[in-house]
Design a protein. Structure first.
Length: 204
């Protein structure tokens, strides 16, 4: 009897999950991005808190098989985070999407463009953008306090903070050594960039 009740609950939960995904799909298709996210995100958070790892995996498969998945993947950030072309999420190209940079933001569908616009204005994305600006400010402060400083940047991505630094543009920084998952780069002055090491290919 208990097994039958458990099986019935699983079936009812799956029906409810599909109904939620159907609702969000309809909202997105109608261009109602805020309303759709307002349904989707709390539902995902609730299910993650309720489900153990195995059940969450089953729920994820239901989501991946639903047409909503294709709509969400029209946002280049969401698709890159899912596909992980470099083997991990959070690579430099994905961070660039948060900054509205890179090839991924060109040629989007109308829905993809609206989903991406919603994403880059989300609080989590704004914090990444503000971190870049904070680091640029710190570079400027250090250059104001010290003559021609040398700077080490770890997990730097494409080092977008250097592009926003007045000190770098004004040649007030002697060099920046930048290390990321793939590259070790030496930047001397605002225009001289030397790829020292590619972790996939070795030294240049």
């Amino acid at each position: 009897m208990l097994q039958q009740l458990a099986a019935t609950k699983i079936i009812l939960d799956e029906f409810a999950d599909v109904a939620m995904l159907d609702e969000v799909h309809g909202l997105f298709s109608a261009g109602q991005i805020d309303e759709g996210m307002g349904v989707l995100l709390p539902a995902l958070q609730t299910r993650r808190q309720e489900l153990n790892d195995d059940a969450w995996g089953e729920f994820a498969r239901v989501c991946l098989d639903h047409p909503l998945c294709q709509l969400l993947h029209e946002d280049p950030f969401t698709y890159r985070a899912f596909s992980k072309p470099r083997g991990y999420a959070g690579d430099a190209a994905m961070i660039d999407l948060i900054y509205r940079k890179g090839a991924g933001v060109a040629g989007l569908t109308p829905l993809g463009s609206r989903l991406h616009e919603w994403a880059v204005n989300h609080g989590a994305f704004r914090s990444v953008q503000e971190r870049r600006d904070l680091l640029a400010t710190l570079i400027d402060q250090i250059a104001a306090e010290r003559t021609m400083p040398r700077i080490l940047a770890l997990a730097c991505g494409h080092l977008r903070e250097a592009q926003r630094s007045d000190a770098v543009r004004d040649r007030a920084v002697r060099e920046i050594v930048a290390v990321d998952q793939v590259y070790l780069i030496l930047i001397s002055g605002p225009t001289k960039v030397h790829l020292i090491y590619n972790f996939n290919k070795g030294f240049r």
